[in-house]
Design a protein around this ligand. Structure first.
Ligand SMILES: Cc1ncc(COP(=O)(O)O)c(C=O)c1O
Length: 425
């Protein structure tokens, strides 16, 4: 038998499969059209018709509304700013708390801090890696204003249960749907089930325009608030304006160029998703046949968009550490993520509650007990991140079925030589 590459044998694949451009002539021609028109951005920060941007921005927003069956779409220049807009639109600020998952890209929590509110981290479910609804109520205080749940890796959170809890406590729900465009629960689109959802069009996402984001909502007032925050809204208001609150805006606007690319990419979303799901179904079946590895769990009625494929590794069954397994997979041509990103509350700024030149703003507005920023606060996320979870970017373009076969050939090769690999653990 061919030795594992990490032990000096020949790898299953010489090189990892590279990132490949998904752009073609359709995006190129769309960009050329905008360049020729000279209208690279049509926003103006005043109450005229250009307050909501130009032709391409509006077309992209309309197409998002149609594709995801939602009343309003507000384009922005990233999901990061989209999340900030969503939090601001809910009138959340200093003195407020927002419950959020600790297992996410840092932007989900920064959006709360940047609005002067305090993130309170709620542990995840060990099967789905999304916020565990049964953990939510113990963190609700009179300061709690919203739940910001993250549809991580491409799987929707348990939104039916989260919405129920939010209704009982009169809280907003915001969905960070950066990783899950096209995922559904009983046919309803992730991102549109809560009060506000945020999609990403960043370069690494399933569809992208380089940078970009879209905020969606079925609520007219929240949509208007989002438009205000996106474009220096205070300048467009006169004293008689019927605003729920005083909102300070910024420039979170998307350019016509990015919108033109986004329009073309959105047309491709369902094709990309079909391919990802075809590969993932095979991956799911293969994981079920193997010991000590647990593939994706999809709750009844849910669909996944497989932005990243997460799986769990049982070191007791394998007899080698997760780190050695990941190193061996990398040597075979399949680099893996060891965990995802560190639970956010373990980042220094949370641990020490200091931002911007060591001020204690905004943490000091609120009693400390909910500021659960130390090791041991969310045991499930810590177990997943530090011990069990691995992440694989194997459903993306240009992966094909043969690549998935190679991926499992590499796994089986390592399984067959785990005794020799023990020496590396
Ligand atoms: C879960 C999640 N939220 C938010 C973001 C931020 O998206 P963007 O890069 O569009 O600002 C990302 C991007 O990686 C993400 O994965």
């Amino acid at each position: 038998m061919n030795k594992c590459a990490v032990l000096g044998g020949t790898p299953v694949r010489e090189n990892a499969i590279p990132w490949v451009n998904t752009m073609d002539d359709s995006e190129l021609n769309a960009v050329i059209e905008v360049m020729k028109s000279g209208n690279l951005s049509a926003f103006l920060a005043n109450s005229g018709e250009k307050f909501c941007g130009g032709e391409k921005v509006r077309e992209l927003e309309l197409n998002f509304c149609k594709r995801f069956k939602v009343k309003h779409a507000i384009s922005v220049n990233s999901a990061t700013t989209g999340l900030q807009v969503a939090v601001a639109a809910c009138n959340i600020g200093p003195g407020d708390e927002v419950l959020v998952s600790p297992y996410t890209m840092v932007a989900s929590a920064s959006a709360i801090l940047l609005n002067g509110a305090v993130p309170v981290f709620v542990d995840i479910d060990p099967e789905t890696y999304t916020m565990n609804p049964e953990e939510i109520e113990k963190w609700i205080t009179p300061h709690t204003k919203a739940i910001l749940t993250v549809n991580i890796f491409g799987l929707p959170s348990n939104l039916p249960r989260i919405m129920e809890i939010a209704k009982k406590h009169n809280l907003y729900v915001i969905e960070d749907n950066a990783q899950a465009p096209g995922a559904t629960i009983n046919g309803e689109e992730a991102g549109t089930i809560s009060d506000i959802g945020v999609y990403s069009l960043n370069y690494h996402k399933i569809i992208h325009s380089g940078e970009g984001g879209i905020v969606v909502t079925n609520n007219d007032k929240l949509a208007r608030n989002c438009q205000m925050v996106r474009n220096h809204g205070e300048i467009a208001l006169d004293e008689t304006a019927d605003m729920e609150t005083y909102i300070v805006g910024s420039n979170y606007r998307m350019s016509e160029l990015h919108a033109a690319i986004g329009i073309e990419q959105l047309k491709k979303l369902d094709g990309f998703l079909a391919k990802r799901r075809e590969l993932a179904e095979r991956i799911n079946r293969e994981f079920k046949k193997r010991e000590g590895l647990c593939g994706v769990h999809i709750p009844e009625g849910y669909t996944h968009s497989y932005y990243i494929y997460p799986f769990r590794f049982d070191k007791d069954v394998w007899g080698i550490s997760r780190k050695v397994f990941a190193e061996a997979m990398k040597a075979e041509g399949f680099p893996l993520g060891v965990g995802y990103v560190k639970p956010i509350y373990l980042i220094n700024l949370y641990k020490h509650k200091h931002i911007h030149n060591e001020t204690t703003y905004p943490f000091a507005f609120i009693d400390p007990p909910t500021q659960n920023y130390s090791k041991g606060m969310c045991p499930i996320v810590e177990r997943m991140h530090f011990e069990e979870l691995l992440t694989a970017d194997i459903c993306r373009y240009p992966y094909e079925m043969e690549d998935i076969e190679d991926f499992f050939e590499a796994i089986d090769k390592i399984w067959g030589q785990r005794e020799e690999l023990q020496k590396l653990s």
